[in-house]
Design a protein around this ligand. Structure first.
Ligand SMILES: O=P(O)(O)OC[C@H]1O[C@H](O)[C@H](O)[C@@H](O)[C@@H]1O
Length: 548
């Protein structure tokens, strides 16, 4: 694989960065006010304003040239057609197939992928419909009122985030709860107060071998059997989502109540397939399909739009710009929507598990910084917590602001304004303040004492994307998720890494299993992986009243 940093396109960007790095967004706007109108792009219902970035038209031209040079065009074709681009696991990467319309055609190794996807969706829709209508009952004949999804990572974050995002559309009186952590406080807290007769547990695990999920599932099964007094109750209250039927059966869940997916769907790319069953039960199959159509809209945009008007390409390459040329370490994502409170956490897995790699797909070391550190909180909460650092800290933190024109339901008291307009005013104020700041002269002119002026200077020149969306719906949520999936893909392509494996999480899992006996054995353990850990094991055992 060629070294991307040795290409003429990379060098051109490095030179351009030297020329541009000292320029302020104030100057860039003063010289070219038209950039506000020009530096926007639309995809589906998403409107992106990227004019408040430290870029000129030339930067964009150079960034898209780098994307071309990295082979992005061919990589897009390869992914969408089912080539095995996940090389370290020798798998195709076809989450985009999960949202292909029924009439689409895609065969991989002779297999009709679209037919397979829709067969599962139809089974999910049938099951979800029966649960929603009350036709599917619990063991004692009562309808289901609460769905508990047990899973972790990609088998939790997607549905948990999306359920929260779309809970206003949950119209069948069924609520969802999510259990992920192996901390017993999680499962205990979630099950507390639930009526087992009206609770459906979905055990979600691609591998069905994940320690946390199996431990939580056993805990939930024990709770159910204990309360209902009959093992036979399990088949009415437990269903599974997995790629591994054998393990599902071994756990004691009827594989007739299992919803499958395939090894070509990565865990963090799976919430729009069977892993979304809890969400589908909450909002119904029609809404779920609207979400899939939203995903597909962005897929088609990514596949076909020219790079200079392509949202994932633009945003992905802007991330490369700040990561590799400005040395930015992190990337804030700031949804101005309480409903998207779990979106940053969802994006952390999507982006950081995908692109947090130090070797390229060919096994050679990477040649540039990879993997932006994603973080964020919904606005306006973040404003009263960490925005101080965004505005006046020493670090450059590019940020995505996501806002919606229409609330699901506004609150207006007295003569208004409504709370939603106040929310949006805050979003716009923040991006403007971050970009343009406030100079010492402006602050002094307000009569500020000289000693205080430096404290109040707002440096500005802090780059942001603003994504405006008409309203948060199943479709626009699907569009937003697909946008970030493809941003990850664009960056992974430039960095030359396999964005679809996650070998880095394995060692800790194995070591945890090895440490269990050291913590629990009757006799003091003979060894530990290292002296520090040995000392901590001793202290833990002491406090647990075990022999040391
Ligand atoms: O769905 P599962 O097989 O239970 O896996 C759950 C999660 O655990 C793994 O450790 C991976 O890091 C994640 O990518 C995955 O989503």
């Amino acid at each position: 694989m060629a070294d991307i940093t040795e290409t003429a396109e990379w060098s051109a960007l490095a030179e351009h960065h030297t020329a541009l790095a000292g320029r302020h967004l104030r100057e860039l706007f003063a010289e070219d006010p038209g950039r506000a109108g020009r530096m926007t792009a639309d995809a589906g219902d998403l409107h992106l304003d990227y004019s408040k970035h430290r870029v000129t038209g030339e930067t964009l031209r150079l960034l898209t040239a780098l994307a071309e040079r990295a082979g992005l065009r061919d990589r897009i074709t390869a992914m969408f057609s089912g080539e095995r681009i996940n090389v370290s696991e020798d798998r195709a990467v076809l989450h985009t197939a999960l949202r292909l319309p029924r009439e689409a055609e895609l065969r991989v190794d002779g297999q009709d992928v679209v037919a397979d996807v829709h067969a599962v969706l139809d089974r999910m829709a049938d099951f979800a419909g029966r649960v929603r209508s009350g036709e599917w009952t619990g063991f004692t004949g009562k309808p289901i009122r609460t769905v508990v999804n047990i899973g972790i990572g990609g088998s939790d974050l997607g549905p948990a985030m999306a359920y929260e995002a779309l809970r206003d559309y949950a119209d069948a009186g069924i609520t969802c709860r999510f259990v992920s952590n192996i901390d017993p406080a999680d499962v205990t807290g979630v099950l507390a107060g639930l009526d087992p007769e009206q609770t459906l547990v979905i055990v979600s695990s691609k591998t069905f071998g994940t320690l946390e999920t199996l431990a939580n599932a056993r805990a939930a099964r024990a709770w159910l059997v204990d309360r209902l007094g009959d093992e036979k109750a399990v088949s009415r209250h437990f269903v599974a989502v997995s790629t591994n039927a054998e393990r599902v059966a071994a756990f004691g869940i009827d594989t007739g109540n299992m919803f499958g997916f395939w090894d070509w769907v990565g865990g963090r790319y799976s919430m729009d397939g069977a892993i979304g069953l809890s969400l589908m039960i909450a909002i119904g199959a029609d809404r779920f399909r609207e979400m899939l159509a939203g995903f597909h809209t962005l897929d088609e945009h990514f596949r076909t739009a020219p790079f200079e008007a392509n949202l994932p390409v633009l945003m992905g390459m802007l991330g490369v710009w700040y990561t590799d040329f400005f040395g930015a370490q992190t990337h804030a994502v700031l949804p101005y929507s309480q409903r998207l409170s779990r979106f940053p956490a969802y994006l952390q897995q999507l982006t950081m598990e995908s692109n947090g790699k130090s070797v390229r797909a060919d096994g050679a070391p990477v040649v540039a910084q990879t993997g932006e550190i994603f973080w964020g909180e919904p606005g306006t909460n973040g404003q009263h917590a960490f925005y101080q650092l965004l505005h006046q800290g020493t670090r450059l933190v590019p940020a995505d602001f996501i806002g919606f024109a229409e609330p699901f339901e506004d609150v207006v008291t007295g003569d208004g304004p409504g709370m939603h307009d106040l929310l949006t005013a805050n979003l716009l104020a923040q991006t403007s303040a971050l970009a343009f700041g406030k100079t010492a002269e402006e602050i002094a002119a307000e009569g500020t004492p000289a000693g205080i002026v430096p404290h109040k200077v707002m440096p500005g020149n802090r780059p942001t994307s603003t994504i405006l969306v008409p309203r948060l719906t199943p479709s626009t949520l699907g569009q937003l998720i697909a946008l970030y999936e493809h941003i990850v893909f664009v960056q992974g392509t430039v960095w030359g890494i396999d964005s679809f494996d996650q070998w880095g999480v394995e060692l800790g899992k194995v070591m945890a299993q090895d440490l269990v006996p050291a913590l629990t054995s009757a006799e003091p353990p003979a060894d530990a992986p290292d002296p520090s850990t040995a000392a901590l094991v001793r202290r833990y055992r002491e406090w647990r009243g075990r022999a040391v």
